[in-house]
Design a protein around this ligand. Structure first.
Ligand code: M6R
Length: 574
């Protein structure tokens, strides 16, 4: 969704904000802008497109910035944030949605001339009026929060230099240095400056002016200063052309890191599962495919595990009772569809999450961090394999073979680079082939079906080629009608279902499909085959060539693989 950065300190704010926004562009890149404090009025620069279109040189030592993923109002300069109050004494950036913005306009702001189509613009106007009418900044902010309905993370700068932040349902983190403060949607913008972070809770509001003060419901509150164990280097491209390529290449390291879970954490998680009546695994997008594979791993260990995507599971949340456990899988830990489901249920929640201090991590009953480090590419890669590693380890723990499971994962991790390097010519050939295609179908059975769904999602979100995934058995019940000469049918030839999926592949091949296969055994029908070594954790190896092929196809099509069109890294609206 949108990215927010604020800075208050002794240096030029615009430079720090610009650098921070570059790190947050993965959250949205429809437009960008920044504002710095100055007397008599605030200075603003904003533009359609990426942060590069905004000047990093407006002066002032306190300011805010924004990178936008449009929800209310088109992609125009007028709709870009920051938005200002009429007197230019307040500028605001916002992530989320103000549900009652129309009512606010009518009730409180009928004398105001609006300059954008956004819901956000009500906030600076309200805040400006409240600041005039209140005895203190604190009182004004409280009054504004009282009026707003919806989900939001808001940061505001006043012309006098104070920085304000408040949140409800959307993340905000404070980065703390000596006499310098950052506000951001996540820790990546300030990691190069500080590892000290304070995660704001829902309904917290903060005023920064030389020092920072956090309040909740009128009371001053203390929030723990956490040390973030993420390397700033990991949030940079380190010589790769794109974050995505770097993140694909990091997976041998990140899978190992995911495998080094603390024994007591794993045992606590496995106890939660064993004592539960029913276990549900859920997530959205790529994380939902990890959840689905995780359910298969747990069923292999004898657990009654169900799986469904979070936004659909919410419609039957009343079936989930307090004796159940929900395993919530997420890279960001901020996905609105997932958090919304969790709010509806009374069951204990076990989080399998990447982002330290995220809402999911903080609100769950127990958290297993997958430790993949910052994932900047919008397409999830290393977080997915790290999630699989943790879920597989969980299954091994339940089977009382945690150490063997860990050893197996470490051995799998060693093979990831080899799978990419040994197949590099074939992966390149596959992307040359796919770049010419308008449609592609992915099929698989059982674990292979989840892989087909994930590989399909990677291809379509990066290359914009229309692609669909089906269980191999389902393909012949309708979709086969779309197969003609040269239609790509990408098949996950898993060992355990080889004969059945091979039949499905032959059904497509005999109608003219080009067969692309992946697995330990090649079928004679394959036009292109990606060879995978025998392994205890084959899914972690089978997905990687498709991450790389989708990446290369995206680059060949002239797309930006780190920022696929219309998408955002962390989807904080329903
Ligand atoms: O942060 P989360 O893992 O909860 O995000 C879930 C999905 O939005 C995410 O996996 C999305 O599908 C990715 N773009 C896929 O590459």
């Amino acid at each position: 969704m949108c990215g927010i950065v604020g800075y208050h300190g002794k240096d030029e704010a615009s430079d720090k904000i610009y650098r921070g926004l570059k790190k947050l562009e993965y959250r949205g890149y429809d437009s960008a802008g920044m504002a710095t404090a100055g007397n008599p009025s605030i200075k603003v620069d904003k533009a359609v497109g990426t942060v590069d279109n905004v000047s990093p040189e407006i002066d002032g030592t306190s300011g805010i910035g924004h990178t936008r993923w449009a929800t209310h109002g088109g992609v125009t300069k007028e709709n870009a944030h920051p938005h200002m109050g009429e007197k230019e004494k307040v500028a605001v950036v916002h992530n989320g949605i103000i549900d009652n913005y129309a009512e606010i306009k009518e009730e409180y702001l009928d004398d105001v001339e609006f300059t954008s189509e956004t819901d956000t613009e009500v906030i600076p106007h309200l805040l400006e009026k409240q600041l005039e009418a209140s005895r203190s900044i604190q009182e004004a902010v409280e009054n504004v929060i009282e009026i707003l309905e919806g989900s939001y993370a808001v940061s505001a700068v006043l012309h006098t230099g104070e920085l304000i932040a408040f949140r409800k349902g959307s993340p905000l983190v404070l980065g703390v240095l000596e006499e310098e403060y950052f506000i951001a949607s996540d820790v990546t913008p300030f990691l190069e400056h500080t590892e000290k972070a304070v995660f704001l809770e829902d309904d917290d509001y903060m005023i920064i002016n030389g020092d920072y003060e956090i309040y909740n419901s009128g009371d001053r509150v203390e929030r723990e200063v956490k040390e973030i164990d993420w390397d700033a280097e990991e949030a940079s491209k380190e010589g790769f052309d794109h974050f995505m390529e770097k993140e694909i290449r990091e997976q041998s390291k990140t899978v190992k890191r995911a495998a080094f879970q603390d024994r007591s954490d794993m045992e606590e998680a496995s106890e939660m599962i064993e004592e539960a009546e029913d276990v549900y695994l859920t997530g959205c997008g790529t994380a939902s495919f990890a959840a689905s594979l995780g359910a298969r791993y747990l069923r292999d260990a004898g657990v009654q595990a169900h799986t469904e995507q979070a936004h659909e599971l919410e419609y039957r949340s009343d079936e989930i009772n307090e004796d159940d456990v929900v395993i919530a899988v997420s890279q960001s830990g901020e996905t609105a569809d997932l958090l919304s489901l969790l709010e509806e249920i009374e069951a204990d929640v076990l989080a399998v999450v990447n982002v330290v201090g995220s809402t999911l991590a903080r609100t769950s009953d127990h958290t297993l961090y997958v430790n993949a480090g910052p994932e900047i590419g919008v397409a999830s890669t290393k977080a997915f394999t790290a999630q699989l590693a943790v879920l597989k380890l969980l299954s091994s723990t339940i089977d009382e073979r945690l150490e063997e499971g860990r050893e197996e994962l470490l051995s799998t991790a060693e093979k990831i680079d080899d799978v990419i390097d040994d197949n590099s010519e074939t992966i390149r050939e596959l992307s040359d082939y796919l770049v010419e295609k308008d449609h592609a179908y992915f099929i698989g059975r059982n674990h292979g079906y989840d892989l087909a769904r994930e590989a399909n999602l990677k291809l379509k979100e990066l290359s914009y080629i229309h692609a669909e995934a089906f269980p191999g058995g389902e393909f012949k019940h309708g979709t086969l009608a779309l197969v003609e000469d040269g239609t790509p049918v990408i098949t996950f030839l898993k060992d355990e279902s080889f004969d059945d999926i091979h039949s499905n592949m032959k059904e497509a091949h005999s109608r003219g499909a080009d067969i692309i296969s992946v697995g330990t055994k090649q079928a004679e029908e394959s036009l292109i085959h990606i060879d995978i070594p025998e392994d205890e954790n084959p899914e972690l190896l089978e997905v990687v060539p498709f991450q790389m092929a989708s990446y290369l196809t995206s680059v060949k099509k002239g797309n930006n693989p780190d920022k696929p069109r219309n998408l955002a890294k962390s989807v904080t609206v329903k």
